[in-house]
Design a binder for this molecule. Structure first.
Ligand code: G3P
Length: 227
């Protein structure tokens, strides 16, 4: 499963890219607004830091303007994945950009039918929002299960299921169990995946016991070299 982070905060992106665990980044207009940064400059900088796909979302809702914006975004870097909303205009833009060789991430997906349309429009990624469905009392993970099941029936579908609107580590685990290709998560969720109280407790005991030996691995290696 690929791990993307859902943020426009460059410090977070740099920090998590250094772990070697990051496969891409997703942004959206709300995250860009929160960053306070110039959008095009920001996307260029993120694309320098992360080799994998960096989703940059169009702002327009009409086809002509959306297509023009998509072309501007695609020119920023080869790893830009243009993000479009799941609307008739968005899927038309998706078709155009995919035919030109640009990866497209279709966002704001809330139903299996929408996911099918995005696949037919040549989307590289479909972004179903699990958290926002959970928020209104639906089962977000059920949508992931249905999309994965449908896509698996058709080998010609190459669209990757990018689970978005993730609220916690459990969403990531459930998405992985269902075989979703990508999880995009807020930075804090990625950090939470490391955590287990027994890891902390076990490490504390190992460190304490090692101190009792009075040894140093690096000291021993230096001595061995000197001999
Ligand atoms: O970037 C799209 C998606 O991940 C947004 O998540 O938390 O605003 O529902 P959220």
């Amino acid at each position: 499963m690929k791990f993307f982070i859902d943020t426009a905060d460059l410090n977070e992106i740099r920090d998590l890219a250094s772990t070697g665990l990051l496969d891409g980044v997703t942004t959206n207009p709300s995250l860009v607004a929160k960053s306070g940064r110039n959008f095009l400059d920001l996307v260029a900088e993120i694309c320098d830091v992360v080799q994998g796909p960096v989703s940059a979302e169009v702002a327009a809702v009409d086809f002509d303007t959306m297509l023009a914006e998509a072309k501007v975004l695609a020119k920023i870097a080869p790893n830009v994945a243009v993000k479009v909303p799941l609307t008739p205009a968005g899927l038309k833009v998706c078709r155009h950009m995919s035919d030109e060789g640009t990866q497209v991430n279709v966002t704001l997906c809330f139903s299996p039918g929408q996911a099918l349309l995005a696949a037919k429009a040549g989307a590289a990624f479909i972004s179903p929002f699990v958290g926002r469905l959970d928020d209104i009392g639906h089962d977000g993970m059920q949508l992931i299960a249905e999309i994965v099941q449908i896509y698996d029936m058709y080998p010609e579908i190459t669209t990757e299921v990018l689970v978005a609107s993730i609220r916690g580590p459990q969403h990531v685990i459930e998405a992985a169990k269902l075989g979703a290709h990508v999880a995009t998560m807020p930075p804090n969720v990625l950090r939470q995946l490391y955590k287990h109280p027994l890891t902390d407790k076990g490490l504390e005991a190992f460190v304490a016991d090692w101190e009792k030996t009075g040894q140093s691995i690096l000291g021993a290696a230096k001595t061995a070299k000197a001999v």
